[in-house]
Design a protein around this ligand. Structure first.
Ligand code: ATP
Length: 273
């Protein structure tokens, strides 16, 4: 469904913007319909730039982006607008996606109103259905973002993104701003919705454990390049690249640390009881 070919992104930087910074370096990747491709790498490795290029939210310096065979890099602003409802992005911080002056209902309704695709009654049903899909109770519908929790806000942001039935979603560290327990709920929600709707997903994270839970295939990004690419099992059990081996070792260490922490908490709770 998505074919990125030879994507390079160079940002100008520094005084008078004369220096160049290569954020993405000749990346070629494909994502099949209904598949989740996990994109993992440390901060600054170029993941977000690549995700935004895949949606043509920013222009690549060179390379092509194909969406079901159509080269998005060749389309005019007017032509790309037709594709917008079919491709969406879910950001790390729901506060950037939600207008603080809009209620939950207004935030979810806005894309429908902009695309002018429904009558009032049908829109009401659609909003109720979406809120149910993301596990939000109807009593939250008239609340403002400051009146709901971080996890609830991310669910509203997800409902908003799903409003127009997108076929391709870039989820850019969608749970990084959430507590661990809420993170797990939101991840399983995204996974269930992806299965139900056969969404094609580019899931971006710096956390290999999260990527492992969410993805069919993984691409490891380091300093703008894809250094390794394979199934989750291949990457976790038989990493070939030196940087990937470091990532896997760090993920295993943090898994062991988390397990230990839970154990300690368990013992503490028993004693308290
Ligand atoms: N608009 C910009 N102008 C100049 N440089 C930029 C711009 N956006 C990103 N960069 C640089 O490009 C590189 C890649 O950034 P990018 O945000 O794509 O990485 P990332 O892997 O998503 O990082 P993070 O996980 O911290 O979001 C970084 O060195 C960053 O400083």
């Amino acid at each position: 469904m998505i074919d990125l070919e030879g994507i390079t992104k160079i940002y100008p930087r520094g005084f008078l913007r004369r220096q160049k910074s290569v954020a993405v370096n000749n990346v070629t990747l494909s994502i099949k319909k209904g598949e989740t491709l996990g994109l993992v790498g440390e901060s600054g490795s170029g993941k977000s730039s690549l995700g935004r290029i895949a949606l043509r939210l920013i222009e690549p310096t060179s390379g092509t982006v194909r969406f079901e065979g159509t080269d998005l890099t060749k389309l005019s602003g007017r032509e790309i607008r037709k594709f917008r409802p079919r491709m969406q992005i879910l950001f790390q911080d729901p506060d950037t996606a939600l207008d603080p002056r809009m209620t939950v209902r207004q935030s979810v309704a806005e894309p429908l109103a902009i695309w002018n695709c429904m009558g009032k009654e049908e829109m009401g049903d659609r909003i109720a259905g979406l809120l149910e899909l993301v596990g939000l109770t109807p009593d939250l519908i008239d609340r403002y973002p400051f009146e709901i929790s971080g996890g609830q806000k991310q669910r509203v942001a997800l409902a908003r993104v799903l409003t127009l039935n997108p076929e391709f979603l870039v989820a850019d560290e969608p749970t990084a701003a959430l507590d661990l327990s809420v993170q797990a709920q939101v991840l399983s929600l995204i996974k269930n919705i992806q299965r139900k709707t056969n969404l094609t997903l580019l899931f971006i994270s710096h956390d290999l454990q999260v990527i492992g839970q969410m993805s069919n295939r993984v691409a490891v990004m380091h300093q703008g390049s894809i250094v390794e690419h394979g199934t989750v099992e291949d990457i976790l059990n038989n990493p070939q690249d030196a940087y990937t081996r470091q990532l896997v070792a760090a993920a295993r260490e943090s898994e062991a640390w988390l397990g230990k922490t839970r154990e300690t908490q368990g013992i503490y709770q028993c004693k308290k009881d």
